[in-house]
Ligand binder design. Structure first.
Ligand SMILES: Nc1ncnc2c1ncn2[C@@H]1O[C@H](COP(=O)(O)OP(=O)(O)OP(=O)(O)O)[C@@H](O)[C@H]1O
Ligand SMILES: [Mg+2]
Length: 290
């Protein structure tokens, strides 16, 4: 097993990146029995909060920050680890089990120091962008899917996520600026691929929070299709109160005694399951082209 790694990105905020990351990971694990890991690289830690709630975990005491920072010594001082890849810090310590097939490496606000760490860590720019990729290499054999959540900025976070991923999934909302965000993301990704010779492809562009009856939403979705073709998924994520609620309650998929799923849970999960179908089909196609 070598994990296929995805980063869900867009340099625009609030377009549904974290929602897509957490839902795809949950459904890959729960509906498809895939061993799945979510790595949260966003100091806002939204994915961490949602998945901790999903797994009924009260506190995430160790996060990705512990790989770069010795925070339990010298109060108030930032003690960056000098040799984190060789350190004996066990990666297992920061992996939290959410449910049978789903694990989380969480994040917290102190990870905002990542860019400072990376500058001190190495002067070699390639080493700076491949730090996370090198860090998670030993985990690749333990999972089928790894999903990385990132903040909406061009930064050490997104550079490292790109270098650690096989594919990117671009989230967009059907607003003009968000579609411009897709274009910027693809241009920047192309730059990264050439500059650092990394292997990364866009596997899906997913419209999020669509109002099904809104004409403007439909117009912008069709514009995206015209610009980017089949990589824009046929399945769109409509605005659903249930999907929003998962952020507060944790993600769930309730079944009644008669074996039927709760209809609102079913509708929400069905949508992300369809997106997984499209991603898997496209991955097969991309691999066959190699
Ligand atoms: N399909 C949906 N239906 C209803 N609410 C949604 C849906 N998708 C996302 N949301 C809500 O929209 C808000 C923004 O979503 P999310 O946090 O996933 O965006 P983001 O791109 O990760 O934001 P950021 O750039 O800050 O990381 C959240 O409150 C989330 O619960
Ligand atoms: Mg987010």
């Amino acid at each position: 097993m070598t994990a296929t790694t995805f980063t869900v990105g867009n340099f625009k905020g609030g377009v549904g990146k974290t929602k897509i990351t957490t839902m795809l990971a949950y459904d890959a694990a729960v509906l498809r029995n895939k061993k799945t890991l979510v790595i949260d690289l966003d100091p806002q830690a939204n994915a961490t909060t949602i998945l901790a709630r999903t797994g009924n975990i009260a506190n995430i005491d160790y996060t990705i920050t512990d790989c770069i920072l010795d925070r339990h010594s010298n109060e108030g001082e930032l003690n960056f680890k000098t040799n984190p890849l060789e350190s004996d810090f066990p990666l297992n310590k920061i992996i939290y089990n959410i449910n049978d097939n789903l694990d989380l490496i969480g994040c917290d606000t102190s990870f905002k120091n990542f860019s400072d760490f990376i500058r001190i860590y190495s002067h070699d720019q390639r080493k700076q962008v491949t730090f996370i990729s090198d860090l998670i290499k030993p985990l690749k054999n333990d999972y089928e899917y790894i999903f990385i959540d990132v903040p909406p900025t061009i930064s050490a976070f997104s550079d490292n996520a790109m270098a650690a991923s096989d594919y990117s999934i671009i989230a967009f909302q059907t607003q003009d600026e968000s579609l411009i965000g897709v274009n910027k993301y693809i241009s920047y990704q192309n730059f990264m691929v050439e500059r650092y010779n990394i292997s990364l492809q866009v596997i899906a562009i997913v419209a999020c929070m669509l109002e099904p009856d809104d004409d403007l939403d439909k117009t912008i979705y069709n514009e995206a299709k015209n610009l980017y073709g089949d990589v824009v998924t046929k399945t769109v994520v409509t605005y659903q109160k249930r999907i929003k609620k998962y952020s507060r309650q944790g993600i769930h998929l309730n079944k009644y005694k008669n074996g039927n799923y709760d209809q609102w849970d079913f509708k929400a999960h069905n949508c992300f399951n369809e997106i997984l179908n499209e991603i898997e089909a496209r991955e097969k196609f991309l691999r066959s082209e190699l």
